[in-house]
Design a protein around this ligand. Structure first.
Ligand code: C5P
Length: 221
């Protein structure tokens, strides 16, 4: 069996960074499932599709042309939609919010399921998302659930924005973090929650390196 590490948790907890570094260390494949939902949202937005139109959504889900490319030595994974690099636009707050709405539709989640499962290839996979350990890879060998207080996650997001040269207002960021949490944990299909067999790591007071050490220890135990 292919070793799979699932990393789930709320927005802004640092899953993406941890997943990418662990995947690099282990030389495993990487699935950024949030990017799939975001690319989906971007397509819906560009085509001005009403999100209550399930038929149109299903069509997009079945024909979405998405490719992930990791550049050697690059911090980030680039995402290509219909051959165009959409990495930056995908990471905007607007698309994140839309992704969260679309992700609550059962049909969308069901259609994207097979697509995500296909990432499980040798020599291994690190899968980052909300339901990797509960729904997409319930039999994964290694499961981690990262948490951090909403305040800390909002602070991390602010620092990230500042590093990218944009300004942010902490109270607004915190409000958005809370809305997203509510949306992700109260939805009917695959709500955000730790898998029963996941190692829960509260990262509020931990550095990225400390989190990575714990995750790697789990894999190598
Ligand atoms: O992780 P990221 O912020 O990129 O995800 C964007 C949105 O996509 C999340 O707010 C969440 O609602 C949704 N999502 C999901 N299931 C996943 C990954 C993301 O519902 N596995």
């Amino acid at each position: 069996t292919i070793p799979i590490l699932t990393i789930d948790g709320p927005s802004g907890v640092g899953k993406g960074t941890v997943a990418r570094i662990v995947a690099q260390k282990q030389n495993w494949n990487l699935l950024d499932s949030g990017a799939i939902y975001r690319a989906f949202a971007l397509t819906v937005d560009a085509r001005k599709i009403d999100i209550s139109n399930e038929e149109a959504l299903e069509k997009i889900a079945q024909t979405i042309d998405l490719e992930f490319k990791t550049k050697l030595g690059n911090e980030l994974v680039s995402v290509y939609l219909n051959g165009k690099d959409v990495s930056n636009i995908l990471r905007t707050e607007k698309i994140g919010g839309m992704a969260s709405k679309i992700a609550s539709i059962g049909m969308v989640r069901a259609t994207l399921l097979k697509w995500q499962k296909d990432f499980a290839k040798a020599p291994g996979l690190v899968a980052d998302g909300r339901d990797m350990g509960t729904t997409v890879f319930p039999n994964a060998l290694f499961k981690v659930y990262l948490t951090a207080s909403a305040d800390e996650r909002a602070n991390r997001r602010l620092r990230q924005m500042q590093m990218q040269g944009s300004k942010g207002i902490i109270s607004q960021i915190l409000a958005k973090v809370k809305v997203r949490d509510k949306h992700d944990s109260l939805r009917k299909y695959s709500p955000l929650k730790p898998a029963k067999d996941a190692l829960i790591i509260d990262t509020t007071k931990l550095s990225i390196d400390e989190v990575i050490t714990q995750v790697v220890a789990l894999i190598e135990a």
